[in-house]
Design a protein around this ligand. Structure first.
Ligand SMILES: Cc1cc2nc3c(=O)[nH]c(=O)nc-3n(C[C@H](O)[C@H](O)[C@H](O)COP(=O)(O)OP(=O)(O)OC[C@H]3O[C@@H](n4cnc5c(N)ncnc54)[C@H](O)[C@@H]3O)c2cc1C
Length: 288
């Protein structure tokens, strides 16, 4: 059962920020695909719900060759999945969205809501961090932008301050000869991953790694970069043995916890296998 709450429905961003500043014990709702579950479970019972779903000025996907991709806060997963510019320039994002939840959830839930929820098993964060995304947040006092890497603080906790909304995801144009890939391991189709791995590789020439990003999902409290594995790959000629070793390093570096779905050891094993697999996929994509 959901406790009673007061419903706030701003029509513009300015109104939304003013309402959010004005009301204590207020939770933002957009698609409600994560929030309503925890409200129904009685885990939270806010006095106010600020519904930003109808703030149309935050519903956009923009792209240009200089500034890259910008996704507004009320843009649904489905809009990202179906966007031609996303398909053409960030295929890994589309592949990730295709496997996120069901079409019903994607039709209503938002990619920014997913990030704000900060579930360590969330699919978008690892891919977006591998793509070097930034996140723009703002309150009635002003706006700030940070690397998405710095947005996650702990389990279900972000760097958002009181009165701040997520406003936009910003993804730069990938460097030439870059490939990005993501895979989660899940027992049920369209469910959260037991673990997930995103990787991005930029090549120097045809074989040598100029730069690598490896981001592990559900392998610790927040989406975690495997910096040791990234350093290991930089400058190396890439092949299966190198990917295997990078997978081993990533599995040593992650800090998964056991739950009803999998033990810590099994998660570490999966991280090692998926990292190898996904690095190879990113490499092949980078080679074109
Ligand atoms: C059946 C089911 C299956 C799912 N499977 C997956 C899956 O496979 N992979 C996956 O990653 N996710 C999955 N999810 C979760 C879901 O994708 C997202 O978490 C959801 O889309 C969040 O977006 P929303 O707009 O619904 O957010 P809401 O539920 O409205 O909000 C979520 C949280 O974010 C906050 N919030 C929302 N928007 C903002 C904003 N602009 N600024 C500040 N705070 C904000 C809210 O206050 C709340 O704390 C699943 C959900 C369901 C119900």
């Amino acid at each position: 059962m959901i406790n009673d709450f007061n419903y706030l429905k701003p029509g513009t961003l300015k109104e939304a920020l003013a309402m959010y500043a004005e009301h204590d014990d207020c939770k933002v709702i957009c698609g409600g695909q994560s929030l309503l579950i925890i409200m129904r479970q009685g885990m939270i019972a806010p006095e106010y719900l600020l519904d930003i779903k109808h703030v149309d000025e935050l519903n956009y996907i923009k792209f240009d060759k200089k500034g890259g991709l910008k996704i507004g806060a009320t843009t649904t997963h489905h809009a990202v999945e179906k966007s031609d510019v996303v398909k053409a320039n960030y295929p890994a994002l589309v592949a990730m969205e295709n496997k996120l939840a069901s079409i019903q959830v994607r039709n209503w839930g938002t990619i920014c809501g997913n990030l704000a929820h900060a579930d360590p098993a969330g699919d978008p964060a690892p891919v977006l961090i591998a793509l070097k995304a930034n996140i723009k947040v703002g309150s009635a006092k002003g706006e700030r932008t940070m690397a998405l890497d710095e947005f996650f603080v702990d389990y279900f906790e972000t760097a958002l301050q009181k009165g701040e909304l997520v406003l936009e995801i910003q993804v730069p144009v990938p460097q030439p000869k870059t490939g990005t890939a993501y895979q989660k391991f899940n027992l049920l189709e369209s469910d959260m991953g037991i673990v997930g791995v995103a990787a991005s590789i930029t090549l120097n020439g045809n074989k040598k790694c100029k730069e690598a990003k490896i981001v592990l999902g559900n392998a610790g409290p927040i989406p975690k970069r495997s910096k040791r594995a990234e350093e290991f790959l930089a400058g190396k000629a890439l092949n299966d043995d190198v990917f295997t070793e990078a997978g081993k390093i990533a599995s040593e570096e992650c800090e998964p916890v056991a739950d009803i779905h999998a033990s810590e050891e099994y998660r570490k094993h999966l991280i090692s296998v998926l990292t190898k697999r996904i690095l190879k996929k990113a490499y092949e994509e980078a080679r074109g």
